[in-house]
Ligand binder design. Sequence first.
Ligand SMILES: [Zn+2]
Length: 55
Amino acid sequence: MSFIDYAMKFIAGGSATTTIACPICGFKSTQPRSKIRLKQAMLCPGCKSLFVAPR
Ligand SMILES: [Zn+2]
């Protein structure tokens, strides 16, 4: 792994991301796990809706 790769992963939160499907349109996007844990709204790239991860 190069330093750039490492830096990018660090900025992006490393492996602390997960793929989640939008409850409105079903579009799968990568979101930080911290947002899910803290129940913060996430923006769906598919339909541009804000949604909170379902439990
Ligand atoms: Zn959506």
